[in-house]
Ligand binder design. Sequence first.
Ligand code: COA
Length: 219
Amino acid sequence: MANVSIRKYKTSDYETARFLFAEGTKEHLPAACMYTLTTPRFYFITFVAFTSVFMGTGSYVLALTSLVALLAAGWYGLYSEFHGLASRFLRKDMLDIEKSYMMSENACFWVAEIDGKVVGTVGAQPSTDADDELLLQRISVARDYRQLRIGTKLCQTVIDFARQRGFNAVCLETANIQRAATNLYERVGFKKSRVEILPSLVHQYTSFTVAYYRYNIKS
Ligand SMILES: CC(C)(COP(=O)(O)OP(=O)(O)OC[C@H]1O[C@@H](n2cnc3c(N)ncnc32)[C@H](O)[C@@H]1OP(=O)(O)O)[C@@H](O)C(=O)NCCC(=O)NCCS
């Protein structure tokens, strides 16, 4: 196992922390595209688009062009979704990490460090839904340092913090396309509490599901 240390965030980590978080979010685009290409809804929509244009115009070229346009629109929708998500959080809690996480007793942000290099991040804030729940968020590990149990250590750090602060549970959300994250959470001991499809057009069209996980500290 690599010589990893987990420590609290410092101002000098700002750019790296934001970069790691944004890259970790945007990298799900290829998996999202692959997932969408395997859904029955995708085949249904492309079939309907192709046959309607072909029957309306009698032209294979136009029918194929409409398919390409549909694929391009789908790719752009997914691109906007993941890049938009990263930008939204970069403008939200990740804009001022110090203020969002380091100024309250019940919130914190940590980085994972190997030989002085920051290679992972995780944040924790109290849930707005329930007073006794802590939210685990913004977990990301640099690509070259994955599968070295750094993600596990970051999760454990949040669980320990929640226990020390008297929270009853650590909660988080993730998407079904985030295989590594889902496996990580289940391996650490989080249990799936519910699954839903968000109302946005992209989620409805692609059938992406969001899973909510919970780790009970006091049972
Ligand atoms: C998810 C992530 C944080 C995991 O970090 P990590 O340091 O590689 O995780 P660990 O080494 O602690 O792995 C723990 C377990 O996670 C699972 N896992 C990790 N990487 C995996 C992968 N590529 N595929 C499948 N399962 C994986 C495994 O079950 C692993 O346990 P095992 O090695 O005993 O099988 C990392 O892949 C990442 O940063 N991804 C991009 C950002 C992201 O998805 N964040 C989550 C947002 S909800």
